[in-house]
Design a protein around this ligand. Structure first.
Ligand SMILES: [Zn+2]
Length: 484
């Protein structure tokens, strides 16, 4: 199917049809979790006929998936578990059995419903949650992958090096299956832990890829090292980034270094995806400093934008929290999943001004809700500080075990300037002075500010600090300024 140039009306028709079918034929009969939720909320899935009707379903959030003492394996409730006695009486299935034989039908049920693969969330403090895929979902993962490569404007003749860390995480496997489905040579280095920086550089030297794919901070690091070693990578024309946000500064620096290494025009494409969606979406190539937004796959899932306070669905182009519902999935399925990601440009159905695709796009900056704060470091004007970027930086610093940022007033005087204090618990064996120096340098280059103080704690003390206010949500940024 021509997935990316359908009219809005046609896309909506496909979505409505698939949603209704998915809820009535898969979710209502076979999802242990939603069967219960529908009963509790007296929801009749047959009455949900359009995407607009989705608002009658309650949200699902991360907390619903986390293990509790009564239910240590809560995530299992979300796995689609077919009732064969229901399935085999469906007219379609009866016809299929007559035509192809019973064992062929049983084999197909297996492929459709049996989990054969999984990826898990990356939780630093919270428990990782596993999402299961059946063969049916693997096909969706491959489809999404091939479409991602199309979105990046790559061709089968190009080659790519995948530097995402080898792990049961979506990013690595999305790239693997993208290459297999699209039919393009993609070599996976496994990232820094598997091959080291030099290992990654030599893979790129050998494969001579047009595309380099990975986590922004690591891709940047590898390019910087190769640049310092005087390598020449003239063929590189695409950088694909994922797994964390890629600030404009880092993109600019990568392109400048690559051009110094002989490359011509280099386009950087970001991606957005999450474990719960079991797929990712991408930006198309744009001139430096411009962003196309993430191109969605309208026949595979729906991203709603809601007001995080009221839960109301926002109009087109309005900011809010992203909420995901798949349209055609098996394995672990969550409906109306609250991502906790806040997008300032919402979702638009305007054709993309860069590639002309008519699919909906998530536009603007995506961050954790209210992750930007204005701090008063000087007497005169405030500084906007993006706590998302700081979080990335700290999470990415290997020697840090745990961390917390605290905003205080200097001298505890409500009329004085703001101070930013970084609390860290170093990993065992880290040299504390070197670590402090490294953190200050990275803050200076990547965030363009440095913490007023860095305070070192034991891991136990840090864990107490992080859960200071509530036991449900970790407290990464503590605003300890007196309220007005
Ligand atoms: Zn585009």
């Amino acid at each position: 199917m021509k997935w990316d140039h359908l009219s809005v009306a046609e896309q909506r028709r496909v979505q409505n049809e698939k949603l209704h079918q998915f809820l009535t034929e898969v979710i209502a009969p076979f999802s242990p979790y939603y069967k219960r939720v529908f009963a509790e909320h007296k929801i009749d899935p047959r009455r949900i006929k359009t995407v607009t009707d989705l608002r009658h379903l309650p949200f699902t959030s991360k907390a619903d998936l986390l293990p509790t003492s009564e239910q240590p394996e809560k995530f299992r409730e979300f796995i689609i578990t077919p009732d064969i006695s229901v399935l085999k009486h469906r007219p379609r299935v009866v016809a299929e059995a007559l035509l192809r034989g019973r064992s062929a039908v049983e084999r197909r049920f297996e492929r459709e419903y049996r989990p054969i693969f999984l990826t898990a969330t990356t939780g630093r403090s919270s428990m990782p949650v596993a999402f299961a895929y059946t063969d049916y979902d693997m096909r969706n993962l491959r489809t999404a992958g091939a479409r991602l490569i199309q979105t990046f404007g790559a061709t089968t003749k190009m080659r790519g090096v995948n530097m995402f860390p080898y792990a049961p995480h979506l990013a690595f496997w999305q790239v693997i299956f993208a290459g297999l489905e699209f039919g393009m040579l993609l070599v996976s280095s496994g990232g820094g832990k598997v091959m080291g920086t030099d290992g990654n550089i030599s893979v790129i030297e050998k494969i001579k890829p047009e595309a380099i794919i990975g986590i922004p901070t690591f891709v940047y690091h590898v390019i910087r090292e190769a640049h310092a070693q005087g390598r020449k990578w003239p063929q590189v024309c695409k950088i694909v980034l994922g797994g964390e946000k890629s600030p404009p500064g880092i993109r600019r620096k990568m392109v400048a270094m690559l051009q110094d290494m002989g490359a011509g025009e280099v386009r950087v494409c970001g991606t957005y995806g999450f474990t719960e969606a079991r797929m990712a979406w991408g930006e198309c190539p744009t001139p430096p400093g411009e962003y196309s937004g993430y191109h969605l796959f309208p026949d595979l899932g729906i991203l709603e934008v809601i007001d995080p306070e009221t839960g109301e669905v926002q109009g087109e182009g309005k900011a809010g929290e992203l909420v995901y519902t798949p349209l055609d999935a098996r394995g672990t399925v969550v409906l109306r999943y609250r991502t906790g990601d806040y997008v300032d440009g919402g979702v638009t159905w305007e054709p993309c001004p860069y590639c002309g695709r008519t699919v909906p796009r998530v536009v603007g900056k995506i961050g954790r809700q209210s992750s930007t704060k204005e701090l008063q470091f000087g007497k005169l004007k405030g500084t906007l500080v993006n706590f998302d970027s700081i979080q990335q930086l700290l999470d990415d610093t290997a020697e840090i075990g745990e961390w917390q940022l605290e905003i205080r007033k200097a001298h505890d005087d409500p009329h004085d300037v703001d101070e930013l204090i970084l609390h860290v618990a170093p990993d065992n064996g880290a040299n504390i002075e070197q670590l402090k120096e490294k953190i200050r340098n990275r803050f200076q280059t990547e965030i363009e500010l440095t913490p007023n103080r860095i305070e070192v704690h034991t891991l136990d003390d840090m864990l107490k600090r992080i859960k200071l206010e509530s036991s449900l949500k970790e407290v990464r940024v503590l605003d300890a300024r007196p309220k007005e």
